[in-house]
Design a protein around this ligand. Structure first.
Ligand code: HEC
Ligand code: HEC
Length: 348
């Protein structure tokens, strides 16, 4: 509360003193803009950092919100409940996510990292802006099953949140707009770019022979979709998974209404892939070996199967046992241990 008053006074001074530069400095001291950790070998962020620059207090607020069960109706399901840092912010071992009272969702929780570079969000791209994304988990009945209005009421009644919102945002409002902005400030700072692969690419490490061969197989057989430094071209494709009758998830068609998009899902990044099992939108594969067996010999010719997988009478990407072990070695080199140990993002 004191801090809120302090900021109010500063604002008053600002207005009163007009162009007095020293008051600006005071406000900056109060809430520093954070340096966005842009790796020089990454593309420019798609997230508008000028519209919502991550600040020290905004990040702190976003982190508190991310780990706060009060964003759910039962008070126990936080964002961090399904997005666990150790597993690159996925819901370790859960095939599909578990929300309030153990309710089952239909999809596997996605990793949270490098979100500042994504064009849209979720397996089918149903959210076009990161700031709009949290409405989905908060209000979905099998996830947090809460209303945004209720969440705001709970936050308004809490003194810690009163001072954090006041410190983080000039208008000091405890409202949905600021809550979503703070969550985004926390999420976009999660940049993961420090894997063995990155070190090799920067000339600071060397691949084993197995890894190097795996990289060559990957570039020949996988990189058309899992492309570039983010390991995704961010397109929607059908990679031939047999339809799971339990969910019959139509994927991208849910968003566009186009039958051409039936069974297409976002090409996922493969960064930290060794940590984010189980795999695919419905978590059907427990191991990367199962994933490789799927590409080699497990595909179904369902509607809109990507043409890349169709050759004469065969479907899939033929992989020998040697190529499979080389690919596995390469995929392991995409793990960023510093990211999952980074205290800035951890709950405690
Ligand atoms: C009950 C488990 C659960 C909870 C709680 C949850 N999520 Fe998720 N999250 C998921 C699942 C499952 C997906 C994939 C959704 C889909 O494709 O429909 C996902 C996807 C996402 C994505 C998209 C990532 C991408 O690459 O497109 C973001 C961002 C995200 N969650 C952030 C959050 C935030 C912020 C919260 C808290 C407000 C939250 N999640 C709470 C399970 C959960
Ligand atoms: C035509 C594009 C395309 C090609 C080529 C391709 N993939 Fe995929 N990959 C996808 C899509 C789309 C998904 C998500 C499918 C889903 O869940 O419905 C995916 C999912 C995955 C996953 C699971 C990721 C996760 O987070 O659950 C792994 C691992 C993977 N691919 C590895 C590979 C490897 C290795 C190759 C080469 C042998 C390859 N992919 C070739 C499009 C492709």
């Amino acid at each position: 509360m004191c801090r809120a008053l302090y900021v109010l006074c500063l604002l008053f001074l600002l207005v009163a003193c007009g162009s007095d530069d020293s008051s600006y400095t005071d406000i900056e001291d109060e809430n520093r803009v954070l340096d966005f950790p842009q790796p020089d070998f990454f593309p420019s962020p798609t997230y508008d950092l000028e519209a919502n620059p991550p600040t020290e207090k905004g990040f702190e607020l976003g982190k508190k919100l991310f780990y706060d069960g009060r964003l759910s109706s039962t008070g126990v399901i936080s964002c961090g409940f399904c997005h666990i840092q150790e597993f690159s912010f996925t819901h370790h071992t859960h095939i599909v996510s578990h929300g309030v009272n153990g309710a089952l969702g239909t999809r596997n929780a996605q990793p949270l990292m490098n979100l500042a570079y994504m064009e849209d969000f979720s397996w089918d791209g149903s959210a076009a802006h990161l700031d709009a994304f949290p409405i989905i988990p908060i209000t979905t009945d099998v996830e947090m099953n809460e209303s945004v209005g209720n969440v705001i009421e709970k936050l308004k009644a809490d003194e810690d949140y009163q001072s954090l919102f006041a410190a983080a945002f000039e208008n000091e409002n405890i409202d949905a707009d600021n809550m979503f902005k703070a969550l985004s400030q926390f999420l976009i700072m999660m940049v993961s770019a420090d894997t063995k692969y990155d070190k090799v690419m920067q000339g600071n490490a060397v691949f084993s022979e197995e890894e190097a061969s795996g990289k060559a197989v990957f570039e020949a057989k996988c990189a058309s979709c899992h492309s570039g430094i983010l390991f995704t071209d961010q397109s929607y494709r059908n990679n031939g998974l047999p339809i799971n009758p339990e969910y019959n998830d139509i994927g991208r068609e849910r968003v566009t209404g186009e039958s051409d998009d039936r069974y297409k899902f976002k090409v996922p990044t493969l960064r930290n892939i060794a940590l984010t099992y189980p795999y695919m939108h419905d978590g059907r594969f427990q191991t990367l070996s199962e994933v490789l067996n799927h590409y080699d010999s497990g595909m179904d010719h369902t509607e809109n199967l990507d043409p890349i997988f169709i050759n004469d009478n065969e479907i899939g990407i033929p992989l020998s046992d040697t190529e499979k072990s080389q690919l596995l070695a390469f995929l392991q080199s995409l793990t960023d241990d510093n990211f999952i140990l980074d205290q800035r993002f951890s709950e405690f």
